[in-house]
Design a protein around this ligand. Structure first.
Ligand code: ZN
Length: 203
């Protein structure tokens, strides 16, 4: 399986990082060794002093496809959860400044936290899915799929022009404003609508 991630998909988050609001989806990938699941703890790597959480809605692909038309995109994913795209912001900024690929700041081991998946059909409204991220019981990020610059359907149509989507692939759909650093001892909880889908500790 592969992990496809979307950058700058919420205008307010692009602003907080002083990034331009993109005119097409910004895409990067993580390998399967990036996955961190079942509420296992996250260990802050010793090569970063500014490790950020980015809470995001994550889709699970249920059908293989290439050049998927936007209007059929909903047939290609059937489950959703909240995850974290952990980012070594210090490393990312250093690489960005040099115009270099920032892969290692995003795709390192355990950088892709994944919560418990819910069937899309069980949600009240598939077009307006709310989520939030709590750090030590304080809400740090709140988002709704209706605030995304590029919808689930647009992301799938765009990404599948380049990458064949396969069953089990994950798509991290971008983070809203409110990203920030973590340190050992922190507790992170992800909420899909009102339900906790992950709850783990930073070590
Ligand atoms: Zn992200």
């Amino acid at each position: 399986m592969k992990i496809i991630c979307i950058g700058r998909n919420y205008a307010e988050h692009a602003k907080e990082l002083k990034s331009e609001v993109p005119t097409e989806p910004v895409i990067f990938m993580k390998p399967n060794t990036a996955l961190l699941k079942d509420n296992k703890p996250f260990y802050v790597p010793d090569w970063s002093n500014n490790l950020h959480y980015e809470g995001e809605l994550v889709l699970k692909i249920c059908k293989q496809g290439k050049y998927i038309d936007e209007k059929f995109a909903y047939k290609y994913f059937d489950a959703i959860t909240v995850g974290i795209d952990f980012t070594a912001r210090d490393l990312q900024n250093k690489l960005k400044d040099k115009g270099l690929p920032w892969e290692i700041s995003k795709a390192f081991d355990n950088s892709a936290v994944i919560g418990e998946f819910k069937k899309l059909s069980e949600l009240e409204n598939e077009k307006e899915i709310s989520f939030s991220l709590q750090l030590n019981d304080a809400v740090m990020q709140k988002g709704n799929s209706n605030e995304m610059l590029f919808s689930f359907a647009k992301i799938i149509a765009f990404a599948s022009q380049f990458f064949t989507l396969q069953v089990g692939d994950l798509i991290y759909t971008g983070t809203p404003a409110g990203v920030g650093p973590v340190k050992p001892g922190d507790r992170l909880q992800g909420f899909l609508e009102q339900e906790v889908v992950f709850d783990f500790e930073v070590k």
